[in-house]
Design a protein around this ligand. Structure first.
Ligand SMILES: Cc1cc2nc3c(=O)[nH]c(=O)nc-3n(C[C@H](O)[C@H](O)[C@H](O)COP(=O)(O)O)c2cc1C
Ligand code: SF4
Ligand code: SF4
Length: 379
């Protein structure tokens, strides 16, 4: 059986992610005990949200006392979180702590106290009025400069940072996502609400961050849809029961073993995100590639050079019998093609291996696009 890294190629906080299925936080509900009961079926879990300073702890008390919602309530967040982290010590589930705080100092202080063994997730999602009034949760999406300051404070403690956002709340999702990337965030955890895959693709086209898609992803079809539009993982909160998590974990593991690239994008002309440049042809005709290149400010010549350089010396360099003389320009394996398949057969490359090679090529292209270019728009 394939190991998890070979299967999914996912690393978070320098640890291999066992499966791209995550638990998203629910205040007062998702703690270490909740996660351990489901540990066999997930790769990462975000416990919390935990309030980490005076104003947010007060807000949590107010919410809990109203009796309408649960909250984690305690006197000392460091003691509480250390206790939770200790309970997870022997688990191979990567631990994220979803935190509500009202200042960069609160986040920096908690990271100093707890260390780098966990992922710090900034809760910029909560819309409970008391939490927003305390200057946390959704408040940050309306005050992006404050959110950026929090991310910088955490990064100055050299920890891995995730930011949990709700799509459609900030004035401009693309802008805030670009700023979070530049500020050093590592993971973007997006509650897509009703925006669906178009929003996900837009975010994927704006930044190279690891993306966790969230909201009502409870079936394998929906999970696959998220993965083929840019998500690296999916997360579940309300329906994070063992049966649902186990089903998704089993299905995506089987799919990865069969297909080779568990979150392969659709072809660009079928609505694929920027990763699908790996499947694109030479720019020889009017097709969606041309506007896609102009959106990332990349001349055609640079695109051609970039692909040719990226495959030089690899198995994708071969392919004299294919349309453009190299497998680097060839389509996704799901598009039937006799010429590509004959080339693969001749070179002894399985279809699954071909998709893995395309995944590697996509990773190289993504780093060139995002580090050497500044995409100015996404679609
Ligand atoms: C009861 C409850 C509490 C939640 N608490 C938090 C929280 O503390 N922090 C957070 O970032 N999201 C919180 N969420 C949002 C969930 O993590 C998730 O984004 C949302 O429920 C949509 O995902 P789902 O459809 O899988 O439930 C909460 C959701 C629920 C239902
Ligand atoms: S280059 Fe080929 S794969 Fe890409 S958008 Fe154009 S026709 Fe589709
Ligand atoms: S040879 Fe086949 S797979 Fe390759 S670019 Fe041409 S049509 Fe696509």
């Amino acid at each position: 059986m394939m190991d998890a890294f070979e299967r999914f190629g996912l690393l978070i906080n320098d640890r291999v992610v066992r499966t791209p299925v995550a638990i998203a936080s629910m205040a007062g509900i998702v703690d270490a005990g909740y996660v351990l009961e489901r540990a066999n079926h997930i790769g990462i879990a975000f416990i919390g949200g935990y309030s980490i300073d005076g104003p947010t702890m007060e807000a949590a008390r107010e919410i809990a006392s109203s009796g309408e919602r649960k909250e984690f309530v305690y006197d000392d967040p460091v003691i509480e979180l250390k206790n939770q982290i200790d309970q997870m010590a022997k688990s191979d589930v990567i631990l994220g702590i979803n935190l509500r705080g009202s200042s960069p100092e609160s986040f920096g202080g908690i990271a100093r106290a707890l260390g780098d063994s966990v992922v710090y997730e900034v809760d910029a999602h909560c819309r409970q009025p008391a939490m927003v009034a305390a200057g946390s949760g959704e408040f940050y999406l309306k005050h992006p400069e404050k959110l950026i300051a929090v991310v910088r404070a955490l990064k100055s403690e050299s920890v891995t940072v995730s930011v949990k956002i709700r799509a459609g709340v900030a004035d401009d999702d693309r802008k805030i996502v670009g700023e979070l990337w530049k500020a050093g965030a590592d993971i973007l955890h997006v509650d897509l609400m009703d925006f669906g895959t178009a929003k996900l693709r837009q975010i994927r086209n704006t930044c190279p961050l690891m993306l966790i898609a969230n909201n009502s992803i409870t079936t394998f079809d929906r999970m696959k849809d998220m993965l083929s539009h840019g998500a690296d993982l999916v997360s579940l909160a309300r329906q994070s029961d063992i049966r649902t998590l186990a089903g998704l974990d089993a299905a995506i593991s089987r799919y990865a073993d069969e297909e080779g690239w568990y979150n392969a994008p659709k072809q660009l002309c079928r609505g694929g995100d920027i990763r699908s440049l790996t499947f694109c042809c030479m720019p020889v005709k009017e097709c969606p590639l041309i506007p896609a290149l102009s959106r990332i400010n990349m001349p055609k010549e640079t695109y051609i050079k970039m692909k040719l350089e990226a495959v030089r010396g690899t198995q994708l360099d071969d392919g004299k019998q294919t349309c453009f003389g190299s497998l680097s320009w060839c389509c996704k394996i799901s598009s039937p093609c006799m010429f590509r398949d004959m080339t693969l057969k001749h070179a002894g490359i399985s279809k699954k291996e071909y998709m893995r090679l395309k995944r590697d090529l996509s990773n190289t292209l993504m780093s060139r696009v995002f580090h050497d270019n500044t995409p100015d728009e996404a679609s």
